[in-house]
Every structure is written in structure tokens, then in C-alpha cells.
Design a protein around this ligand. Structure first.
Ligand code: ATP
Ligand code: MG
Length: 760
């Protein structure tokens, strides 16, 4: 490892140029990184030390010193937004010629290159990039053709396996027995090959292919590789800690001739291990590029002393790290406020209160962010912000506008009111039940000619012979389902009804079977929807609420509060950051711990580090003692991360008399004897240290959110005259639980489910 000697370089800088704008503010170490333009260089340093700024300055420096033409430069960022911002800044610094820099994400640059060279791997340049839906359909077809048991080997698992192989740059030929194990009855390798062949025959590529194919092209066509090496003479990469092996190999090949590769990153911010990122790439860098310059930036320019100390202390609990020291010349600032709240609603209410206070003190909404662990957590905040008219933006999609939430709402709307034609159209074939365009057209025709709703038209249609048998069966089921759910509207709680509908319609199952990486998030959103509904007494009340929420988008010239996930916040900074939901199970996420154990915990801790270091001046961390999850109250335990924060940099959020006192009554077991005792240390620690004792009591406050199991069935006795949608009128001749034996007037004797028939 060659660490530059600062004194030597300084002279060089002073001699070479008279301090252009992008160099003026930089510290010595940053200047070294910006002015050493040739040869391999790794900038490895903590959050907020100016890594991204260095990269941008380097673009300007490369161009201004004529070390490279703009079109000779490739810069890779983690998001398209980051690329846009970097380009904008570069244009400001050196003018419009910065437009010619190749600047984008691995995916976008990879796609561009592959289109130019598609025929070399058997694709045409207009190939389609498949979304995860299509990928899943394709792998299913391939597996069915090979007669594999899809239950035993769920396609999404197999597809996941292929993605990981692609992340590691492994084409089918490179797969060894030890890679495949017994997956897909030991046939994973040939399956992978078939899947790849199928993609080619469709003139399609999946995300992993964008770089994988380029690797193949480079390896098999030295002339093409040479062309790129000659064209892109200077390569730079931001957020290097989150590159996977394929990306790494791609960078290494392209820079192997000129070795002008500059990577910046922070091992403590590696948060995409679950998507194949390899922190080890950082270590490999020094090996593959012997003599590479290593620059460590140690001054943090973003955050106050308290914030920086808190972040450093937390991350020191991770074992697998390179280790680094950070300092700031900024003042200590305000201590980090840690607070526990009674429940999520109170947490959202208090955070909104803090935001309002900050606005009064002149802070802009655009300088504040609420960062959550999982997408579904935005819901509670959105509702609160809407209620008080606080402008906000969700990076991603607002909760009630997410596709799965709109689908679920359409079910509820149709069940509540069968004449809701828009809802009908949205869900008639969602999940797919063989009711395509042709059926829908017939329904539309009938609805128009009789001036009745689509649903009524459907109920008429199923009594006729207009439809093909399979469509008819499907439509009958659909109509029966809606009718049945409708009949339980008044007897079931709305949350219970929603759960039943999502289950019985197959909608939840559809997402469970989905391979896309966002499927688990969508399932969480659906659960959160049920939680939201749990706060309402009636379905009508909830739907009324929704129509108001959907209609409400506060605008403000001072911008909006940002609501987003921690993953999305990487690289960003805000004056004030709120980190709610620091509870065991939520953060660290239960799923990550279960799937990845200790390594998973360390990745969650890095995510917490990313969250803390987004804040410039004010940081609020909070947890709730109770959460309504899936409509049921559960008590929560403060995240272990809270007990890992340095006490001296924290302050309890006392201003509003929040929290701690109020959560005491529900703590049970060992903690009971300690909590509330004076002198036992700060409350967040008392709470955190009680993590061994699981509280099983439910809160009995507010609207008594515990859902009673009161599934009411309409009862029938022998002799009742009943109507069944499919079989018509009949007489009940036997009752066996919820099954009825009915002699139908026209259809003869049948056994039917009680909820499918009604009294006449
Ligand atoms: P992260 O690890 O979070 O991506 P980073 O290392 O990329 O952080 P930057 O975002 O580049 O850090 O910089 C953090 C903040 O510090 C920015 O507001 C940036 O403008 C500022 N900054 C960086 N270097 C300096 C400097 N020498 N003088 C003043 N401000 C600086
Ligand atoms: Mg950065």
C-alpha cells in the first residue's frame, strides 16, 4: 500500500495550477485524491469526508488539465439521481463539455455498452430488458419443460440462485458441482443454461446479464476490450463498497491496460450484501493493482461532533471492519435526542411536532428527512403529515399509491359497493384468473345495454352460456367471492375482512410466489394496510378516510419533508434526520437476522451507521413500546443498537414529557423491578437493557385495537328456503358444519358452502 506523502504532493498542486474553484476548499488529503489523476487510486474513508465531492472535483480536474477529454471519462454512481447531480455539478465547474462524460449506474452504462455489441453474444441491439415478473414466468416455463417439481424447488429461489451467480460473474460454463449442490435435483447448472438460452431466443436480457454479457464479450473479443480501454481512459466509481464481483471484474478488465481507476468507498457503509455486494472488493483492489495509491480522508465535513461520535461508537461494535478514525472541526452541536413512545401513532405525532418546531426556527422542510428501515413504515408518517397538512415527499411511491395497496383497496371498494366499476376493472383479473379482455368486453357490453354496473353484468353473465366454460367457472367464483365477502361486511371487523379477502382472493399468494426483490416489501405493505384498517370501526369509515388521504397533496415553496428508506438515503445528507422504529425485529430486521445471522446483524448496524451519518445538525432516534402489526397489538423491545450508542452524546427527549414514563406500566418480568427506579441510568438504556424480557401484555389504551375473533356465520336449519348464485333456489335438507345439503329446484341435490347461499 502506498500512502502518498502529503508534503511532496502539496508542492505539485501549488505548481501545477492556480487553485481553480473545485480545489479551493479541499483539504490536503482531498487534493491528493483530486490531483493524482493517473494510476490506480483508492479513497477509503468514512461517511461525510467528501468522497463524492472528490470524485466530482476530479472530473473537473481531468478535463481542465486536459488529462482526459470528457468523452474519455467513465464515472459510475449508485443511482441515476446521483449521476444527474454529479453531471450538473461538473457542468457548473467546467462548462457544457462535461455533458460528454459517460456517467451513470452500472446498469445504465452496462446496457448502453451491450446494445452496441449485442450480436457478439447472440442478441440484437434492440433486446428487451426483462423485469422480474417476466424473469419469473420464464424460469417457470423452463422448469416445467424439464419437469421439475415447482413446489419443492420454488422458481423464485432458483432464479435467486442464478442472480447470485450472475453477480459473481459466473456464466453457466463456470458453474461447478460445489456451486449447485442438490438445488433443482442437482440440475441447476443445466437449468441455468436453458434459462440463458431461452433469454437469447427471446432477444432478452435480465439485469444480471447486462454486465455478465459484457464480461463474456471482453473475454472473448480482445479487440473490443481494447477499443473500450482506448476510449475510456479514466474510470471512477462512487460507493465502491457496494459493488459485486461482476462489476468489479468489469472495472478491472476495462482498466487493466491504463490502470487509471479511482474508486471511493467506505467499508462501514456496505449495505447491499444481500444483493451480492462484496466488501472484499476493496481489499482485492490493493492486490490487483500493486502500488495503488490509497488515500484516507479523515475529516468529516457533514456532521456535528455529537453525531459523528455517536456514529463512530455504534459502528465500533462491528468486528469485520478495516477501522478508521474520523474527526470534525465542527462544534459538538446538540446532543442526539433519543425517545421512546407509547406506540407508532404517538411516535409519528411527536416527530411531526418536532418538525413544526424546526420550521418555526427557520429550518426548511427540504432539509429534514425521516428514514425508515422498511418501506411499509412510511404509512404512519404519511397519515400524520396529511392530517396536519405538512408537505412531504416519499422517495419511491406514497403508501396509498403503491400498486399492491391500490389493488387491495379496489377489492375492499368493490366488496363495499358492487357498483364501483373502476375497482371491478382493476381486480377482475388480478391475480390472474383467466378473465381476460374477451370476458371483460362481454361484461362491458351487457353493462352498457342494460345500464347496470359491471359487477351486476357479471352476475347476469354467469347465468348464461355466453362464456367459455373455464371463464364461466372463474367468473362464478369471483362473483361468489365478492358476494360472500360483502355478506360478512357488517359482522366482521374491517381488518378481519381485509385479511380474509387478501387470503381468499389469492392476492397475497400471488406476491408470496413472486420472485421480484420487491415482493417481500409489497407483502409488508399489505400487512401494514391491514394494520391501518384495524384503526377503523367500519369499512365505510376506512374507505372514507382513504378518499380524503388520496386527495391530499400539500404543496410548499419551502419544499417537503423527505420520507424514505435507509437504503435509499445512501450518499445523501440533511440538516435534520429522524430515525424512528428502532425496535428489535424492525431494526435490526428479523428477516436479515434469520437469514444471515451475525453477518446480517453487522450489515444492519452499517445501515444504522448510514442513517446516523446522513444528519448534519439534528438527529432524533426513537422507538415505540407497542406496535400494531397486522391489526394486532404487539409490544416491542428497543433496538439493541440504542444500547450501543454512547451515553454522553445523547439526551432523552424530555421537552415534551415524552415517552419513558409512559411505557413503564407495560414492562413485565425482570425489567419491572428496575424500570422507573431513580438513579438507574438513562431511560433509553433501561429500556434497552431489558431486551431479554419479552412483554406479552397488550396495551389497553386508545381505541382498544385488539381485534376480537367474532366471525359470525348466518345459520341455516333443515327446511330453510335458500338462494345460491349458481344453483338458484332450493331447500336445505341437511346441515353439517358450514356445509349444506340442498335440494335445488333446478340443479338437483348439491353440497354447498353455507356462505355461498342466502335466505330467501
Ligand atoms: P458519504 O460517505 O455519506 O457518501 P462522502 O464521503 O461522499 O459521504 P460528501 O457527500 O462528498 O461525503 O461530502 C459531505 C459534505 O461535506 C458535503 O456537503 C460536502 O460538500 C462537504 N465537504 C466535503 N469536503 C469539504 C471541504 N473540504 N470543505 C468544506 N466542505 C466539504
Ligand atoms: Mg458520497
Amino acid at each position: 500500500m502506498a500512502i502518498f506523502d502529503n508534503s511532496e504532493i502539496k508542492n505539485e498542486i501549488v505548481d501545477s495550477i492556480s487553485q481553480p474553484e473545485w480545489l479551493k476548499e479541499l483539504n490536503d488529503a482531498q487534493k491528493i485524491a483530486v490531483t493524482n489523476l493517473n494510476g490506480p487510486l483508492l479513497v477509503l474513508s468514512g461517511a461525510g469526508t467528501g468522497k463524492t465531492r472528490v470524485l466530482t472535483a476530479r472530473l473537473a480536474q481531468l478535463i481542465a488539465t486536459r488529462t482526459a477529454n470528457p468523452f474519455n471519462i467513465l464515472a459510475v454512481t449508485f443511482t441515476n439521481k446521483a449521476a444527474r447531480e454529479m453531471r450538473k455539478r461538473a457542468v457548473e465547474l467546467v462548462g457544457p463539455m462535461a455533458e460528454q462524460i459517460t456517467l451513470g449506474t452500472f446498469h445504465s452504462v452496462g446496457a448502453q455498452m451491450l446494445r452496441r455489441n449485442a450480436e457478439l453474444v447472440g442478441l440484437k441491439s434492440n433486446f428487451t430488458i426483462l423485469d422480474t415478473d417476466d424473469q419469473l414466468r420464464l424460469i417457470k416455463q423452463v422448469m416445467e419443460a424439464e419437469e421439475l417439481d415447482l413446489k419443492r424447488w420454488p422458481p423464485r429461489i432458483i432464479l435467486g440462485l442464478f442472480s447470485r451467480w450472475k453477480d459473481r460473474g459466473l456464466t453457466p460454463e463456470k458453474i461447478t458441482k460445489s456451486e449447485t449442490g442438490d438445488a433443482a435435483q442437482g440440475r441447476a447448472k443445466s437449468l441455468y443454461k436453458s434459462y440463458q438460452d431461452r433469454l437469447l431466443s427471446l432477444n432478452a436480457a435480465d439485469f444480471g446479464d447486462l454486465l455478465l454479457h459484457m464480461l463474456t464479450i471482453f473475454n472473448e473479443n480482445p479487440d473490443i476490450l481494447l477499443k473500450y480501454q482506448q476510449k475510456l481512459t479514466h474510470i471512477m466509481v462512487d460507493e465502491y463498497q457496494d459493488t459485486n464481483v461482476a462489476q468489479y471484474l468489469w472495472l478491472r478488465l476495462m482498466s487493466s491496460s491504463h490502470k487509471n481507476l479511482c474508486c471511493v468507498g467506505d467499508d462501514d457503509q456496505s449495505i447491499y450484501g444481500w444483493r451480492g455486494a462484496e466488501v472484499g472488493n476493496i481489499l482485492k483492489f490493493e492486490k490487483d493493482f500493486p502500488g495503488a495509491g490509497i488515500v484516507r480522508l479523515e475529516q468529516n465535513y457533514r456532521s456535528t461532533g455529537h453525531i459523528l461520535a455517536t456514529a463512530s461508537k455504534l459502528i465500533s461494535h462491528n468486528e469485520g471492519r478495516l477501522g478508521k478514525s474520523l474527526f470534525t472541526s465542527a462544534s459538538d452541536g446538540e446532543k442526539i435526542q433519543v425517545a421512546g413512545y407509547w406506540d407508532g401513532t404517538e411516535e409519528a405525532r411527536n416527530i411531526s411536532g418536532h418538525i413544526e418546531n424546526l420550521i418555526k426556527n427557520g429550518q426548511l422542510l427540504s432539509e429534514m428527512a425521516v428514514l425508515v428501515r422498511a418501506g411499509y413504515q412510511t404509512r404512519e408518517f404519511e397519515e400524520r403529515f396529511i392530517a396536519i397538512g405538512l408537505p412531504y415527499r416519499v422517495v419511491g411511491t406514497r403508501f396509498y399509491e403503491r400498486a399492491e395497496i391500490r389493488d387491495a383497496l379496489a377489492y375492499l371498494r368493490l366488496v363495499y359497493q358492487q357498483s364501483d366499476d373502476l375497482a371491478f376493472e382493476r381486480i377482475i383479473n388480478n391475480p390472474k384468473r383467466g378473465l381476460g379482455e374477451a370476458t371483460l368486453q362481454l361484461i362491458h357490453q351487457l353493462s352498457r345495454s342494460k345500464s347496470i354496473s359491471l359487477f351486476s353484468a357479471a352476475t347476469h353473465l354467469v347465468l348464461s352460456d355466453e362464456l367459455k366454460p373455464q371463464a364461466k367457472r372463474s367468473l362464478i367464483n369471483f362473483v361468489n367471492d365478492i358476494t360472500r365477502w360483502h355478506s360478512t361486511c357488517s359482522s366482521n371487523s374491517p381488518a378481519e375482512l381485509a385479511e380474509t379477502i387478501l387470503e381468499e382472493s389469492g392476492y397475497t399468494t400471488m406476491w408470496q410466489m413472486h420472485k421480484s426483490p420487491d415482493a417481500p416489501g409489497r407483502l409488508e405493505n399489505l400487512k401494514e394496510l391491514v394494520t391501518a384498517i384495524g384503526e377503523f370501526e367500519s369499512l365505510s369509515g376506512f374507505l372514507e378516510h382513504i378518499s380524503l388521504v388520496m386527495d391530499n397533496e400539500a404543496q410548499s415553496k419551502d419544499g417537503e419533508v423527505t420520507l424514505m428508506t435507509l437504503h435509499g438515503a445512501k450518499g445523501l445528507e440533511f440538516e435534520t434526520v429522524f430515525l424512528p422504529g428502532w425496535e428489535e425485529g424492525i431494526f435490526p430486521s428479523q428477516r436479515t437476522l434469520e437469514e444471515n445471522g451475525g453477518a446480517g446483524l453487522e450489515e444492519e448496524r452499517r445501515l444504522a451507521y448510514v442513517g446516523i451519518t446522513r444528519a448534519r445538525r439534528n438527529l432524533f432516534i426513537s422507538f415505540a413500546a407497542n406496535r400494531r402489526i397486522h391489526g394486532l397489538w404487539q409490544s416491542a423491545i428497543p433496538s439493541r443498537f440504542i444500547s450501543e450508542l454512547p451515553e454522553g452524546n445523547l439526551t432523552e427527549d424530555m421537552e415534551k414529557g415524552l415517552s419513558i414514563g409512559r411505557v413503564e406500566p407495560i414492562m413485565i418480568g425482570e425489567a419491572d423491578t428496575r424500570v422507573g427506579k431513580p438513579g438507574y441510568g438513562p431511560a433509553w438504556q433501561r429500556m434497552a437493557s431489558s431486551k431479554g424480557s419479552v412483554n406479552v401484555s397488550a396495551p389497553v389504551r386508545g381505541d382498544g385495537g385488539i381485534i376480537e375473533q367474532k366471525r359470525q356465520q348466518v345459520s341455516f336449519i333443515v327446511g330453510d328456503r335458500v338462494f345460491h348464485l349458481k344453483f338458484g333456489m332450493g331447500n336445505v335438507e341437511g346441515v353439517e358444519g358450514d356445509k349444506l345439503d340442498i335440494q335445488f329446484d333446478k340443479a338437483g341435490r348439491k353440497k354447498v358452502i353455507a356462505s355461498f347461499v342466502s335466505h330467501k
